[in-house]
Design a protein around this ligand. Structure first.
Ligand SMILES: [Zn+2]
Ligand SMILES: [Zn+2]
Length: 154
């Protein structure tokens, strides 16, 4: 199957290109625990904003009510749309602000990581094949504490 990345106009063949999201395991420079980094899939129909102070991030899907409040959002350039989101999102529980370009942080100790704009950080076990469902559920539950549904300012 071929998929075209609409942003870069490159085509991936998903069978040939096994690691097309550039998955890579790294160790946090601070706590030394393992993390997995991976590019944000260009085919995922969502935008991600990162807390300025903690490892939480919000995923903004295409059916958020906020689109109704943004004038001419379909014509807005990408950067301007991102600024609209930043201004309209409630702050994180920790007091931080969700922004497009906040540093990604270690999921274990919150240490700020030097990653590229398109890179996301996951628990190292997240994509592992699990032998039992309990482990899989545990990791998914833990991961879901870092991925927050957007709350919009009234
Ligand atoms: Zn760490
Ligand atoms: Zn936060």
């Amino acid at each position: 199957m071929n998929l075209r990345n609409i942003k870069t106009n490159t085509v991936f063949n998903m069978e040939e290109e096994e690691n097309w999201l550039n998955k890579e395991n790294i160790k946090c420079p601070n706590c030394k625990k393992e993390l997995q980094i991976c590019d944000h899939s260009p085919f995922e129909h969502s935008y991600t904003m990162y807390c300025s102070l903690c490892p939480k991030r919000v995923d903004i899907g295409l059916y958020e009510p906020v689109y109704d409040d943004i004038k001419n959002y379909k014509e807005l350039p990408y950067k301007d749309l991102m600024i609209e989101f930043e201004n309209r999102l409630e702050h994180c529980d920790c007091g931080g602000k969700y922004k497009l370009n906040s540093k990604r942080r270690c999921l274990h100790c919150s240490y700020p990581l030097e990653l590229k704009e398109e890179q996301n950080v996951w628990l190292a076990e997240y994509w592992k094949e699990f032998d039992n469902e309990e482990d899989e559920e545990r990791i998914e539950k833990k991961m879901s504490t870092f991925i927050i549904s957007p709350k919009w300012k009234k």
